[in-house]
Ligand binder design. Structure first.
Ligand SMILES: [Zn+2]
Length: 272
């Protein structure tokens, strides 16, 4: 085991930061004026035209989004409380039960584990079953619900069928990162999930291990294309802060690691 360091998050590199265009997109979404503001500054005759030309952006709530703020990249610890958690879960149509995962430091460890706000995720808006059941932070539950929408869009595009079940390898595990000893894994806070496969309505299983084929620059199967497009969208569309696939390293040969860390990690692109 390496030397523990719970005081600093891994330094994001140029490779792991979101593209500048994403930052610009985020800024523009955050600062688009509300219709009321537009009406104050635009002549009455022009309001209809302005409204048509610039429809209000889709709301960023109730779902959660990746953390693209570089100012808190080095903050290590459980995710912040979300005061609107319960209302957001209900608005996002997430079936859930209360759960607790006390924040604590295990004996002979300096890692802080647990989170102040976790739930048992029983199912999201796209009716996908999870095996086993999912205990996860409130914000990850909201992100997972949004991920389900992407999953169904890509499944219907690729296979003409919906996904009915996802198998995962775990959410909570009080530990350092597998590849980077000394850095705290988001699994320590139940702020991550490792998804191994997707089961279609006809019973076909799209497994990351079987179909991702990370040695190929271009996917040669529909299944591989589905997995790669899904992972890429999950990162680029700011569903999760970290999306690690078999492209990232050998630890991820059989699953997608998805989390809401305070820093970004893009493991969705082929590199020879
Ligand atoms: Zn993981």
């Amino acid at each position: 085991m390496g030397v523990l360091c719970a005081c600093a998050a891994p330094a994001p590199t140029a490779r792991t930061r979101a593209p500048a265009s994403l930052q610009a997109l985020h800024d523009s979404v955050a600062h688009v004026p509300m219709l009321a503001d537009v009406a104050l500054t635009v002549p009455t005759a022009g309001v209809a035209d302005v409204t048509e030309a610039k429809p209000p952006p889709p709301p960023r709530s109730p779902f959660a989004f990746s953390n693209i703020d570089p100012a808190d990249d080095y903050v290590v610890g459980p995710p912040d409380d979300r005061p609107t958690c319960e209302d957001d879960l209900n608005a996002a149509k997430i079936k859930h039960d209360p759960a607790t995962l006390p924040v604590h430091t295990p004996k002979k460890s300096v890692i802080v584990c647990g989170a102040p706000q976790v739930v048992m995720y029983r199912g999201g808006p796209e009716k996908i079953a999870y095996s086993p059941a999912v205990m996860i932070t409130c914000t990850m539950a909201l992100a997972l619900a949004r991920f389900e929408i992407l999953v169904q869009e890509e499944a219907v595009k690729s296979f003409g069928k919906r996904v009915v079940k996802m198998h995962h390898l775990g959410t909570y595990n009080c530990r350092e990162m597998a590849a980077y000893p000394g850095w705290v894994s988001q699994h320590s806070y139940a702020n991550a999930i490792d998804i191994a496969d997707f089961v279609l309505a006809d019973g076909k299983t799209i497994s990351v291990e079987k179909f991702f084929a990370p040695k190929l620059a271009v996917a040669k199967t529909v299944e591989g294309g589905f997995l790669r497009t899904l992972a890429r969208r999950a990162y680029v569309e700011e569903v999760f802060s970290s999306v690690l696939t078999p492209f990232f390293d050998a630890h991820h040969y059989n699953h997608f690691h998805l989390d809401l860390a305070r820093f970004l990690s893009d493991g969705t692109e082929y590199s020879p």
